[in-house]
Design a protein around this ligand. Structure first.
Ligand SMILES: Cc1ncc(COP(=O)(O)O)c(C=O)c1O
Length: 441
């Protein structure tokens, strides 16, 4: 799709170079690696300042559920901004959003509090669980990611948190069901979910008997779109019950159709006590939320006036953006589109796996797809970062943005993608893989 084979082009390079004088380091790695200045987006296509266009398989890390500049979303935000943007008073937009959410959520999950960042919502969910149980320990999973603020850093299940200690006391990390790289070196289903038994034993040894919550992603996003076996989440829910703890399901990535169902937990018969939502919920407007039952939501001090509020949470502008997003997801059948196009992409990737020796495991649900790149299929040794970065850049040069920043490639395009766009992007991906394979021989 790109007219130029040189990325970044001169206009991008000029702007990115100038920005470097002022921008503090630490921004997203993929954006830094690309060195591109983006000008606009329309549907599934992004355009940079040199006029190069890219199919977007990243969607702002699952944020752009409606794609870019969806007319209905643009119009809802413009109209609300012209009327009233700020404040915590009841607004028509917030009332309608709450009613719509209640119609989508299973009983008894009918109480919602809004925020503007994902980590902020997870922080609030943890505070709520502490308030409701009177306990303070939290269990999270290896490979898990829930944000970067002080109260949730300890929940991250990888070395990312190094350098920010001391972390929150009472945090326990246990293995996720990442079966391709099973940390217990067993295999499913013969293992009988040994990772859950391991977690039980680990908590028996390490917990102070005060577990307030078990927090889990139904499919791990940051770890590489990792799909656990279907009986794993119910087993985690049972573990939470045994601990007399609340189950928090973090649907920040998996919510609102991303996995081919409205919420990720719907692939099993598990219902959370508390759920966090964000990213694709606002389609680019920063709006997140904590969802729970009327009973749990009453817990003090969380429920006391101003105890769980925030400056931007659920203001009229945020509510209008989220309302337009969810209405559009429903009216355009985007949950079904995610399931259908996701299945098509998975089957194409599985064919690719036959042809391309660098492709190890391929997995996914809906439009949340993970592809492991391996140096050696027999041992499963991950492909070195220098090659995955090269793959990322070759894809960019040929008109595709894909999250190939490590050996686990994440494919999560906007939910509005059609099969033709999916095929065009996968063709670029395979051609880049073929080039890397040739360079490696
Ligand atoms: C599952 C999950 N929870 C929480 C967060 C944190 O969201 P935010 O970056 O908006 O703070 C993320 C971000 O990637 C996430 O993937």
């Amino acid at each position: 799709m790109s007219e130029s084979s040189r990325i970044p082009g001169p206009e991008s390079a000029k702007r990115v170079g100038e920005e470097q004088e002022w921008l503090a380091p630490g921004v997203q790695r993929l954006a830094t690696l690309a060195g591109i200045a983006m000008r606009s987006g329309q549907g599934v296509v992004l355009e940079d300042e040199d006029g190069n266009s890219y199919l977007d398989f990243m969607a702002g890390v699952c944020v752009a559920s409606l794609g870019h500049s969806h007319p209905r979303w643009v119009s809802a935000i413009s109209q609300q901004a012209a009327r009233l943007a700020v404040g915590s008073f009841t607004s028509e937009a917030r009332l309608n959003l709450l009613k719509l959410l209640a119609s989508l959520l299973p009983d008894p999950l009918h109480r919602v509090q809004f925020y503007s960042g994902g980590a902020e919502a997870v922080e609030s969910a943890i505070r709520l669980a502490k308030a409701a149980t009177g306990k303070f320990e939290v269990v999270s999973f290896w490979g898990g990611f829930h944000g970067k603020t002080g109260g949730v850093l300890s929940l991250i299940g990888d070395p990312f948190k190094r350098g920010w200690g001391p972390l929150t006391p009472g945090s326990h990390l246990v293995p996720y069901a990442d079966c391709v790289r099973c940390p217990l070196k067993t295999s499913y289903p013969g293992c009988g979910l040994a990772c859950v038994d391991f977690a039980r034993e680990q908590l028996r040894a390490a917990s102070l008997g005060a577990v307030a919550a078990v927090i889990v992603e139904p499919i791990q996003g940051t770890a590489g779109n990792v799909v656990p076996p279907p009986d794993w989440l119910p087993a985690v829910a049972d573990l939470a019950k045994e601990l007399d703890a609340l189950l928090i399901i973090d649907e920040m990535i998996t919510g609102f159709g991303r996995t081919g169902t409205m919420f990720g937990f719907e692939h099993t018969d598990t219902t959370p006590d508390i759920m966090t939502i964000g990213k694709g919920f606002g389609a680019g407007f920063p709006v997140t939320g904590v969802v729970t039952s009327p009973e749990i939501s009453k817990a003090e001090p969380w429920s006391k006036p101003s105890s769980s509020s925030s400056s931007y949470g659920g203001n009229p502008l945020a509510s209008a953006a989220a309302l337009a997003t969810v209405e559009t997801i429903l009216e355009e059948g985007l949950v079904e589109n995610s399931r259908r196009v996701g299945e098509h992409m998975l089957s194409r990737l599985r064919e690719m796996q036959e042809r391309r020796r660098l492709v190890g495991d391929v997995r996914g649900k809906g439009l949340l797809i993970g592809v492991d790149l391996v140096a050696d299929r027999a041992t499963g040794e991950p492909l070195e970062a220098k090659w995955t970065e090269r793959l990322y850049k070759r894809c960019l040069e040929n008109g595709l943005v894909v999250m190939a920043y490590g050996a686990r490639v994440r494919i999560n395009p906007p939910l509005v993608i059609c099969e033709e766009e999916a095929d065009a992007g996968l063709d670029i991906f395979e051609a880049a893989l073929a080039e890397i394979e040739a360079e490696l021989t």
